[in-house]
Write a protein that binds this ligand. Structure first.
Ligand code: IMP
Ligand code: MG
Length: 198
């Protein structure tokens, strides 16, 4: 294990099982919407929007459990400057997908914390005239909301602890850890975590 990793919070097998359940629920919800609209699944425009870089691993697993014809459009949002673990608000970094008119958009993120990232993104996406917008997150720190935001599909609710692995990072590291784990407090609170410029 890595020196700064404290303990595994969610094991890889448990993540795998839950990702399957989320895919089933999301797929059923999309199919119900298409049925209601009288649209054949293969004629629908389903666009998955993974939020880079945290959602990379989750989205890669999720899409392979979704037996639906879909496109991927990546977006990048930054909320943590360097090694800090405190959210300072979301910032869109780069382009938004174009041509979403009438599409069924599914935003995929690793975790919802303050809610600012997904609140901003869903607002911007809705301005592009999609038929619907759903949000899927693997993790939810529900006690930390700064803005009102409720994701449509949640993998696990977790306590207010900084976690890494399965795509989630600390200062860009540990995304490749297959489990979700906490970091030692001294790693998170160490000198690296302080950024006097922010
Ligand atoms: P929010 O805008 O505060 O909801 O933050 C969401 C973003 O912050 C996520 O997309 C993550 O990239 C990042 N984040 C929040 N909590 C954690 C954590 O515990 N570990 C790693 N990244 C986190
Ligand atoms: Mg993120």
């Amino acid at each position: 294990m890595f020196r700064e990793v404290e303990r595994v919070l969610i094991r890889r097998e448990e993540i795998e099982r839950r990702v399957g359940e989320i895919a089933d629920a999301l797929g059923a919800s999309l199919l119900a919407e298409l049925h209601e609209d009288g649209v054949e699944p293969d004629d629908a425009r389903i666009v998955l929007v993974p939020v880079m870089t945290g959602a990379l691993v989750f989205a890669a697993d999720l899409i392979r459990r979704l037996p639906l014809k879909l496109r991927l459009e990546l977006v990048a949002v930054s909320s943590y400057a360097g090694a800090t673990t405190v959210s300072r608000g979301a910032l869109l970094a780069g382009e938004m997908p174009s041509d979403l008119r009438g599409a069924r958009v599914v935003v995929v993120d690793d975790i919802v914390d303050s809610g600012r990232t997904l609140d901003l993104l869903t607002t911007l996406l809705r301005e592009r005239g999609p038929r619907s917008v759903r949000t899927v997150v693997l993790l939810d720190k529900a006690t930390r909301r700064a803005v009102e935001f409720a994701p449509d599909h949640v993998g696990f609710e977790i306590p207010d602890e900084f976690v890494v692995g399965y795509g989630l990072d600390f200062d860009g590291y540990y995304r490749n850890l297959p489990d979700i784990a906490t970091l030692r407090p001294e790693a998170v609170r160490g000198p690296l975590a302080e950024d006097p410029s922010q």
